[in-house]
Design a protein around this ligand. Structure first.
Ligand SMILES: [Zn+2]
Length: 118
């Protein structure tokens, strides 16, 4: 009988019970971890990037710097790409506009590629 952890595959010489599938707890945990990664890995990765961006944007927002250039965002390590959700809102003048959001931070990117918090 061999360990069911594909990264281990060791022959289990001593088995405490016939039902035993892994040679130890770390093999068992590893298999569970790999299974979760396979199913949810892309979500974990997404969440990690969103939280990463959120923390940076929150700091920038609290500094109240005005429009934030692309260079500033990059130098602070903001990972963009498609990692924010766009949604339509109606502003105070009743004008519909598209804003981006990371959790509770809303912003727009203007035509100079500057980020403006709203
Ligand atoms: Zn093992």
């Amino acid at each position: 009988m061999t360990c069911k952890n594909p990264e281990c595959n060791k022959d289990m010489i001593y088995k405490k019970s016939a039902k035993r599938r892994y040679c130890n707890d770390s093999c068992k945990n590893r298999v569970n971890y790999l299974r979760r990664q396979k199913t949810y890995g892309h979500i974990f990765e997404w969440d990690k990037l969103m939280r990463h961006n959120y923390h940076i944007l929150l700091k920038l927002k609290q500094k109240d710097l005005g429009p934030i250039s692309c260079q500033t965002r990059e130098s602070h390590g903001v990972e963009f790409g498609h990692l924010h959700k766009d949604e339509a809102i109606i502003d105070d003048n009743g004008v519909k506009m598209m804003v981006s959001r990371i959790y509770d931070i809303q912003f727009i990117i203007n035509n100079k590629q500057e980020l403006i918090f709203i």
